[in-house]
Write a protein that binds this ligand. Structure first.
Ligand code: SAM
Length: 396
């Protein structure tokens, strides 16, 4: 990650910059009795139209300045440019850095890389869509995209290098009907409108025998997939795991407004690397196809992530309990507290939401207003519930 290591300096000198320069928003110092000697400091920036936060860590004989992970921009060069800008504007003595700009030409395929936020009000250009969960090397996804050019194929993969590899392939093969999302698939379905997908493919998901809560297939997933599918749309699971097959069969059989069919060692039109391997080992491969029988009602995603009640005094926010608040379906954890020094205010570093795919955000409190920084959480049911729990801690 881009960073600069600088000779220790009076961080107060940054406050003059913040007052004079629109790039810098606030400075805040960690409030933690255990870290009084070396509190982490935050520097809020608004650079090239994007808001994020830099952290200043005090190390023996040096200060390390780097972006805060949850708010950091995808564009690495932007981080490098802001670090260079800061070093120059504050006349910092840089001892070590890794901020040489990389060749800037963004790959053409980046047009097809979508963020999870892009699905808050998605525009599929009037095309039917098909979704592939955990596409790995992307063989099936790319094959389908070539075979059905009129369909928009949305691949969602949690593993970043796989997502980047397939983006390169999209560019090389000149495909224009594929979107790639580098995120947890379980959240994507929740955000989609009802009755939009002709298919949802889940091929060879990780069986997670020891951590079943991490499985992609679950009752809520099947319910969301059924809602997102058009009538007669298909959720197709392929697996080589006897356990996963038995588990999925049970989950599918609890689905509503669906029918399903099962087959063994069905020859697929295109085989993934995994399938090739299982076939060489002569393992059985199971295919479960669940068909949505009816249209589903539209769901409301009118979540409101504002804080609209009277807030506790700043000192009370700085001493919010350290322990995570655990509810049956979500949690909230105020991980760090910071006192703003450039104005009256507090910054809370907070993780919250569902246990297996939590959100990490900052919340700034100033002028009697609390807001998520740099932007609101993803509009999911779980985040909505977590937002209410956060409110209980922040309101008087
Ligand atoms: C065993 S591989 C199978 C890849 C591919 N479907 C195939 O048949 O070759 C499982 C893939 O699912 C991805 N994955 C696991 N959990 C996921 C999730 N929650 N959301 C999106 N992708 C996920 C993994 O990163 C991995 O690439």
């Amino acid at each position: 990650m881009p960073h600069i290591k600088v000779t220790p300096f009076e961080t107060e000198k940054l406050d003059r910059l913040i007052a004079a320069d629109a790039v810098f928003d606030f400075r805040a110092v960690q409030h933690d009795p255990n870290r009084e000697k070396s509190p982490i400091e935050l520097l809020g920036v608004d650079f090239e139209g994007e808001r994020f936060v830099l952290e200043i860590h005090k190390r023996p004989g040096a200060y390390l300045i780097k972006p805060d992970k949850p708010t950091r921009p995808l564009d690495v060069n932007r981080i490098k440019r802001v670090l260079r800008y800061l070093a120059e504007a504050a006349a910092l003595k840089v001892e070590q850095d890794n901020i040489t700009l990389s060749p800037t030409k963004p790959p053409l395929a980046e047009t097809y890389a979508k963020r999870i936020e892009d699905f808050e009000s998605p525009d599929f250009g009037g095309r039917p869509i098909a979704i592939e969960v955990g596409f790995g090397s992307g063989r099936h996804l790319l094959y389908q995209a070539k075979r059905d050019p009129e369909i928009l194929h949305i691949g969602i993969e949690i593993h970043t290098p796989s997502a980047q590899q397939v983006l390169k392939q999209i560019e090389l093969q000149g495909l224009t009907n594929v979107w790639i999302v580098n995120y947890d698939a379980r959240l994507l379905l929740e955000m989609l409108p009802s009755n939009v997908a002709t298919a949802v493919y889940v091929h060879f998901p990780v069986p997670w025998d020891k951590k079943p809560h991490r499985r992609v297939i679950s009752e809520p997933f099947v319910a969301e997939a059924t809602r997102v599918l058009t009538p007669q749309g298909v959720l197709e699971l392929r697996t080589d795991s006897d356990h996963y097959y038995a588990y999925a069969l049970e989950v599918f059989s609890r689905g509503e407004r669906v029918r399903f069919e099962v087959s063994k060692n069905h020859e697929a039109a295109i085989r993934s690397k995994y399938e090739d391997r299982w076939q060489r080992q002569e393992k059985d491969i199971y295919t479960l196809r669940l068909v949505a029988e009816r249209e589903s009602a539209e769901v409301s995603r009118e979540y409101d992530f504002r804080f609209d009640r009277r807030l506790k005094p700043l000192d009370a926010l700085l001493t919010l309990p350290q322990d995570a608040i655990i509810q049956p379906d979500h949690f909230v954890h105020f991980e760090r507290r910071y006192r703003m020094v450039t104005e009256e205010g507090v910054v809370l570093k907070c993780s919250f939401g569902s246990f297996d795919r939590p959100e990490h955000k900052l919340i700034t409190v100033r002028n009697n207003q609390a807001v998520y920084y740099p932007q609101e959480p993803v509009r999911s049911k779980t985040n909505d519930r977590a937002h209410h729990t956060i409110g209980v801690s922040l309101y008087v």
